[in-house]
Write a protein that binds this ligand. Structure first.
Ligand SMILES: C[S@@+](CC[C@H](N)C(=O)[O-])C[C@H]1O[C@@H](n2cnc3c(N)ncnc32)[C@H](O)[C@@H]1O
Length: 205
């Protein structure tokens, strides 16, 4: 296994995230789109935990080799993809989804792309659909820890468009997209898991 195909943070956060997913996922939830699947460690772990849920991976093509390899190794009946979904460049996957999950992506894509992703969720997900966004966020423009502030600096030195997003900006963009904030879960290592529910179907036109 090389660095590109293994993330220690995924190993550390998968159990705490699972605890929340167990509270959120119900028998009516059949298909989930994961945005920015990365190493596919989350995808494999969660697909095993929820055998009745179809977990559809997606990412930029640059990550597809790693995802394809991991999915081939695991051969899970309910794990699919990767879909070629690069926010800001490619269209939203043409399938029905009643859930979407994304971890540690909003600080990697630009905020313009983040807002595009939120708009696409709003246009493509129907009433009752749920979106889960995991990662470190700022609150009222403030970092919640020194380590998050250092992380933000590191990201910005790599690419000025990267960086931790404001919780309030995510929440208001999601509300404009037709979602209601359902819960803001505190997670280990100064991360959060934000849960949103779609209130109404907004026409794609
Ligand atoms: C830090 S990794 C997180 C991967 C995985 N979700 C995890 O938690 O370990 C960020 C991911 O976001 C993806 N990403 C970045 N920009 C993207 C975009 N515009 N559209 C879709 N995915 C994007 C990257 O390809 C990468 O897989």
């Amino acid at each position: 296994m090389n660095n590109k195909s293994f993330s220690q943070s995924c190993e550390n956060n998968k159990e705490p995230i699972l605890k929340v997913l167990k509270q959120v996922f119900g028998p009516e939830n059949r298909r989930l789109l994961e945005v920015g699947t990365g190493t596919a460690q989350h995808a494999v772990f969660f697909a095993k935990q929820f055998p009745d849920l179809h977990w559809v991976t997606s990412d930029r093509t640059i990550n597809h080799k790693v995802i394809v390899e991991r999915l081939r190794e695991e051969k899970l009946h309910n794990l699919h993809g990767p879909e070629h979904f690069e926010v800001g460049k490619t269209p939203f996957p043409k399938q029905h989804f009643d859930l979407s999950f994304t971890a540690n992506t909003l600080h990697i894509m630009s905020w313009k792309q983040g807002k595009t992703l939120i708009k696409l969720w709003g246009r493509h997900l129907r009433e009752g659909a749920q979106v889960l966004i995991y990662g470190p966020f700022k609150y009222a423009g403030e970092f919640t820890s020194e380590s998050n502030m250092i992380f933000d600096k590191t990201l910005k030195s790599r690419d000025p468009k990267q960086g931790l997003r404001n919780f309030e900006d995510i929440k208001s963009s999601m509300e404009r997209g037709g979602f209601r904030m359902a819960y803001d879960y505190e997670m280990p290592a100064n991360n959060r898991l934000l849960l949103f529910t779609k209130l109404e179907f907004i026409s794609k036109t």
